[in-house]
Design a protein around this ligand. Sequence first.
Ligand SMILES: C[S@@+](CC[C@H](N)C(=O)[O-])C[C@H]1O[C@@H](n2cnc3c(N)ncnc32)[C@H](O)[C@@H]1O
Ligand code: SF4
Ligand code: SF4
Length: 388
Amino acid sequence: MDTLLLMKRKFRSGLIRLSELPVLNSNIPSPADLHKAHVTAPAPELPALPESVCHYETIFIRDDGAILPCCNTWPEDRLVIGNIRDDNIPEKLRQFDQPCDICGKCRLKRADSQDAINFRHVIVETSKFCNIDCAMCGHFSPYHTRSGRYNREDLAYYYDRFLDLCPPKILSVLGGETLAQKHGLNWFKGVKKRYKDTYVELVTSGNVKPQIADAIEGCFDSILISFYGFQPETYRKVTNSPIDRVFEFSDLLIKQAREKVHLKYLTTPINFHESAVFLDWAIQKEPGWVVNHDCNTVYFLNMDLDTPYRINEAYPTHAKIPNNYWKQIIHRTVQDIIKTLERNRDLLESGRTKVAYADFLFKWGGLSQQLVDSYNLPNVTISKGTGC
Ligand SMILES: C[S@@+](CC[C@H](N)C(=O)[O-])C[C@H]1O[C@@H](n2cnc3c(N)ncnc32)[C@H](O)[C@@H]1O
Ligand code: SF4
Ligand code: SF4
């Protein structure tokens, strides 16, 4: 008899107790493994990092006009190179000499006389002001907004003056919520005309008035819309705002130019189980991309242990707490993701829409490029990390 069936029978007949049940999905490492590995592992011997004049390639312009060497460094005041209002920016870039290896991929070095500014990517945070209040906001926009620490100053003149130094290959515009900021809206209406060879991308929650869709037509090469839940109640809990406007706004943009729209789902602890439902809806809208990133969800979860249950002394009548809860939910969601991709195989094969999942959360349920490839699913990429 099949072992599982035998076990079920024994369990029903009382021959086996809950405490003797094996850990479910034991082949899938638990979030606890990740956490333990992270906190107890000795610092790995890193190979010497390659040196890079990062600030000649990428720049993050913060809401206060501060110039920083890349988007990983935005909260680090010691890495502020100068301000876009300064008159001697090329000199400040040339002189900038601060240690940095935050990304773990390279080490910042000072420019020397052979180096030339060649911006590949400039990111502009027009202001931290936002019209909604996401519980996980990684830029802490709701806090800045509540404390009044955001600027409404029109920095357009300075943004253009900075970009004129060397128009970048890619310009990303984000907030806070740029589409809810009048000065931001006014600025980027002219950006595409001024920097014709620059790829201009917008990141937005899409939780704005539908009229904005007309106002921004033609301003961007791509628009990434971030979803923070799919079922209305989930979205409302994460953002403190209804989801209706996001659906309406996405539909309007897709009607304008479907290939420019990227529909992104950010998984958080209370919405990740809806990822496959979002995926199903999003693929059928046929945008350029459907992506799934993660906000470090495993660090929010109450960690599983590698035993089938824990004892909660404070609650004697239901003292045994099963430890497989999160593993099961993640695992089931991954199964649903694969089923959804299979169901939409024809659309994926057409190549009009591509799908990209970051593996940071779902690898704990078995999601990997290998798994996707074993189902021969085309145009689906599983990347390492959170995707952010
Ligand atoms: C700070 S938001 C600003 C733009 C816009 N308000 C939005 O929400 O899309 C920029 C990007 O960061 C992502 N983000 C926000 N909080 C995050 C977090 N805690 N971890 C990872 N990404 C996060 C959002 O999904 C969004 O795509
Ligand atoms: S070393 Fe890494 S984190 Fe630091 S500025 Fe360069 S790319 Fe950014
Ligand atoms: S919409 Fe974007 S900026 Fe606003 S609170 Fe949410 S994540 Fe932060």
